[in-house]
Design a binder for this molecule. Sequence first.
Ligand code: PMP
Length: 301
Amino acid sequence: MGHNERWIFMNGKYVRKEEATVSVFDHGFLYGDGVFEGIRVYDGNVFRLREHVQRLYDSAKSILLNIPYSQEEMEQAVVEAVRKNGLRDAYIRLVVSRGVGDLSLNPNSCVEPNVIIIVDQVKLFDKELFDKGIKIITVPTRRNVPDALDPKIKSLNYLNNILVRIEANRAGAAEALMLNSDGYVAEGSGDNIFIVKNGKLLTPPGYVGALEGITRQAIIELAEKLGYDVREEPFTRHDVYVATEVFLTGTAAEVIPVVEVDGRSIANGTPGPISKHLMQEFHKLVKVDGAKVYNDEPAAV
Ligand code: PMP
């Protein structure tokens, strides 16, 4: 296999990157009708694969999209796709769209879903951002309300998040926070938020309206194991401004410290000890918690 050759899984077959195309009549393209996952591979370990596949199937169930594979088959397909691409560190994008239909938005015209697994090299965030922390803002666009499009569904309809991202870009901020329609902090455009208040870790509960992040869950479990008091509790922008530490979690963001929010510096404006501790422990966890791609022992260090 050539160094940069990429094989894409498309409905049970592998095709080269250049040939991996989808019809313009696919309702994923026409209407954002579908679901997806972003997953990381760390040193041959697909981090929390089972949980990602579970969330994909939960999202699909919610939008009445029937995926023509069992969850076990999907997990195997993901592992196989990573192996086929020969990568030890990778970013996986799993997409299931409603499939090809006619131009009406009615999904009844779509015969079968398109199931796609893309495995590519990870585009790492600038290391400096993890060391120094990032500056973020809150934006006017609110998180989708759960009674319209539930933020727990990881659907292909990401326009809410994209608008937030555009607002962050225009303000020159690294990321932006969305509030829910009641004014409570929900999440970032592509990550969950934690704050430290009186030595306790707080993250918004599910009912505030955010994606149930796999990294968020891993951090809750990790922090509890390390003896921190973790609570799922709603909080406002004010709580964020006066927090002693703030960090974001996500498959792409991993655990990233936040040192400024809306022009207010968080504590002394440098990443705090709890954030650093969790970052360190998270980097150990990602190599062992999940599904192994290769049948080898980790290299001795
Ligand atoms: N919120 C949103 C809106 C996201 O898109 C993501 C990324 N999937 C997250 C939170 C973080 O979730 P995870 O840790 O599962 O990547």
